[in-house]
Ligand binder design. Structure first.
Ligand SMILES: [Zn+2]
Ligand SMILES: [Zn+2]
Length: 310
């Protein structure tokens, strides 16, 4: 499986601000020594040695993750990240489009996806919602979109209703799903192929009861190789924002430990957090895993344009 992050931000698209660019430049300049600036080669070496929160960015596009397994092309959510996916990829014969739920940040990219206007591109949509088709098309209805969008957007889209905890095959991959705690619900998906398991679980408010005692969802989560999980909040925020539908990184780690998961990608980043803050959350999450004696879990920050091979 090849997994590619096209959008990792939560709630609303978050372009990097001029102040954030200035902070990155200042942080880089403060680290530079005279010998780093001698010539093009030393400068390039210096830049590539900078921490990724200075040199790079997690990105501001909302949720969109691509999964390619052999000739099966899956897109998980159609947040604004899907726009860049459409620019980078030729349309395969068919896209399988999975929706965790229909909150705006998970659908709003589709009208800006080039392949949505390609008459030769077919889409099979999978969701747990009876009214998925209506939710999907409402965003391109007037007055929310120009009339031309509704008229020209792809018509070769087929909607498939699926049910939680009911496995099914998609070509040669086994798919399962589980309902998560989120306002209006959201669904986590697992994808399995030849003993490898990838799980996408965004927009979920974990509680301690989810990993003490018997929590349903075993078929989706148990022994996953990779878990992409909502970790929008700090520990302090999670108490202030109860019932907002998102998790702290500590709960995400506890959840991964409970289900014996190998690698965790923190996802659905809070819009107000800059790259420096996200990096501090990553460091705190790694510290927390050590603190609970589970430093064997690998923890990463999901970043735009990052590719994982499983
Ligand atoms: Zn969301
Ligand atoms: Zn949501």
């Amino acid at each position: 499986m090849n997994i590619h992050f096209w959008g990792v931000r939560g709630s609303v698209p978050t372009p990097i601000s001029p102040q954030q660019v200035q902070s990155k430049i200042m942080a880089a300049i403060q680290r530079a020594k005279p010998e780093d600036l001698l010539n093009a080669e030393t400068r390039a070496k210096f830049v590539s040695s900078l921490p990724s929160w200075i040199f790079g960015t997690a990105g501001g596009n909302t949720a969109c993750v691509e999964l390619v397994n052999n000739n099966t092309h899956v897109i998980l959510d159609a947040g604004t990240g899907i726009r860049a996916l459409g620019k980078a990829r030729a349309c395969p014969d068919k896209y399988y489009l999975f929706f965790s739920h229909f909150h705006w940040d998970h659908i709003q990219g589709f009208p800006f996806f080039d392949h949505a206007y390609n008459p030769n591109c077919r889409f099979e949509v999978y969701s747990h919602y009876d009214d998925a088709e209506k939710y999907f098309w409402d965003q391109v209805a007037e007055p929310y979109s120009p009339p031309s969008v509704g008229k020209t957007i792809a018509k070769n889209i087929n909607f498939n209703r699926i049910y939680e905890d009911e496995e099914f095959m998609l070509d040669d991959m086994k798919i399962n799903s589980h309902k998560m705690r989120h306002p209006g619900d959201s669904y986590a998906f697992s994808f399995e192929y030849e003993g490898k398991k990838f799980v996408y679980a965004t927009d979920v408010e974990l509680k301690t009861t989810d990993y003490i005692g018997d929590f349903a969802g075993e078929g989706v989560f148990r022994n996953a190789d990779i878990l992409v999980i909502d970790s929008q909040y700090t520990v302090e925020e999670v108490y202030r924002k109860e019932n907002w539908g998102h998790s702290s990184f500590c709960y995400a780690i506890d959840f991964a430990v409970y289900w014996n998961i190998k690698k965790v990608y923190l996802f659905h980043h809070e819009p107000v957090y800059d790259d420096k803050k996200l990096n501090s959350i990553l460091e705190a999450a790694r510290w927390y895993a050590q603190y609970i004696n589970h430093s064997d879990i690998e923890i990463y920050l999901a970043k735009e344009s990052q590719e994982i091979i499983l």
